[in-house]
Design a protein around this ligand. Sequence first.
Ligand code: SF4
Ligand code: SF4
Length: 509
Amino acid sequence: MLSFFSKPLIRGGVHAEDHKSLTAELPIVSNFPLPKNLYIPLQQHVGKPAEPVIKVGERVLKGQLLAYSQGMISAPVHAPSSGIIQDVNDYPAPHPSALPIRTIVLETDGLDQWIETQTIEDPFQLTPEDISLRVGAAGIVGLGGATFPTAVKLNMGRENQIETLIINGSECEPYLSCDDRLMQERAMQIIDGVRLMLHGMTNSPEGHLTGKSGIKTGNAVVAIEDNKPLAYKAMQSAAVLYPQIKIIQIPTRYPMGWDRQLIRYVTGKEVPVGCRSSEIGVTIHNVGTAYAVHKAIRHGQPLLNRVVTIAGGAVERPMNVEVPFGTLISELFEFCGVRNDQIARIIMGGPMMGDSLPHTGLPTVKATSGILALTHNELKNAAEQPCIRCASCITVCPAGLRPLDMANNIRINQLDVAVDLGLKDCISCGCCSYICPSNIPLVQYFKYASGEVMARQQAEHKSEQTKRLIDARNARMDRIARQQQDEEQARLAAKAERERLKAEQEALL
Ligand code: SF4
Ligand code: SF4
C-alpha cells in the first residue's frame, strides 16, 4: 500500500522562477533538418564507453549498431540516420572542459533509410528477461540526466522485488519543458512504456503468460508537478484503463525531481545513505525513458533522438525540438534563431544543475534535455558579499547539509572537514547559491571541492598502485638474485668437487 496519501514530506528546496511557458505551450517541432554531419560520442552513458563495430568509409543505415556496450554498466550506440562513416577519433565532448572524447562522425546521405525493424503486436508475451535484453540492445539509458542503463535497472527490479515504480514527470528545472510536452502529446506511448517496464520487472511466471504487468512488482506512480496541468490530464486519460498506474500531482518545488526527494514524497520511505532505491523496493525512471522503451519494444527502434528544449533570453524562437544525437549545438541555435552576440552563457540541461559549455561546436547526446542560451540579465551577476549567517542555505538544502560551514572549510582548504560535513552527499542542486542573499556562489565551492577530493583520491589510488607494482618488482628481482646466487654457489661447489676428484685421481696415478 502506498503511503503518499498519508505522509508527504519535502525537505528543503526553492520556488525558482520557472521560465517554462514560452516552450511548454508550443507543440514539439519534429521537422528539424537532418544535419550534414553527426558527431556521435561513444560515451553517452554511465559506465564504460561503447566499442565501435564499424569502419571508416562504411555505409550504415538508420538504427544500425555503431558500437557495442562493454561490460555490465554500459550501453550501445546506434546510427541516428543513414550515411557514410567519416571518422572515428577524438572530438570535443559536451562537457564544461570540452575535453576530447572518442566519437564517430557520420556524414548523412539525406535518405534517412532505416534498418529492418521488428514490430511486436503483443509484447506482453515476451518474457521479462527478453524485455530487459531488448531495452539494453536499444541503448536506452535514463533520459532524466542520470544516463544509467535502463536494462540494468529493470534487472535490479526483478532481483529486488520492486513494489513501486516511480515515473518521474516532475521536470523541476527552470526553462525545461521537453518532458511536459512529451506527456501532453505522447501520453499513450509513455503509459505503454510504463506497462512494459512493469512487465520487465515481473518475476512471476503468470506475469508474462497473462500479460498482466506488475503482478509481483506492484504499482507504478507517475509523479507530475502541479505546474503542468495539461500533461497531468493527458496522462490521466491515457492511464484510465490501467488501475496499477496512478497519476499524481506533486508540489512544484525545485528539486522535486531529485530521486530521494521524490521517493520520500511519494512513498514516505527514506533511501538510507549508501543504498540504492531498489533496496527499499522502489525504482525511478523518467517519462522520456518510458517513451523510449515503448518505441524499442513495440517498434524495434533503438534510441536515436530525443526532444530537447532550446530556450533562454538569446533565443528568438524558443521551442522543444526532436533532434538526432550528434547534432551540433551551433546548428540547433541557427534553427532557433539564437542571437549569438547576446549569449552570456550556454548551458546544457537546466540553469540549476546543468553544465556551462565553452562553445557551440559540441554535440547533443542522450543526456541533453535542454540547451539554454542565457543573456547577462538572466544570470546572477551581483557581487559576492560577506556571509550574514542568515541560515537560509541550511533551510533550503534538500540533502540536510550546512552549506555555509562546508564552504568556510573549503575556503581554507580543509577539504577533509568538508567531507566530514557531508560534501559527498551534496547533489550540486544549487538551492543554497540561489537563496543566498550575499550572492556567495556556494555550489561552485562544492563542485570545485568534490572534483579536488576525487582527484586526490585517484592520485592516492594511483600512488598505492605504483607502490604495489614497485614492491612486486623488487620482490621478483630479489627472487631472481637469490636464484642466481644459489646457482652460482652450486656451480662453484660442482667445480670444487670436480677439482677434488681430479686431484684424487692424479694422486692415485
Ligand atoms: S545563505 Fe548565504 S549569507 Fe545566509 S548563511 Fe548561507 S552563506 Fe551565509
Ligand atoms: S548544492 Fe549541495 S549544499 Fe547546496 S543546497 Fe544543494 S545539496 Fe545542499
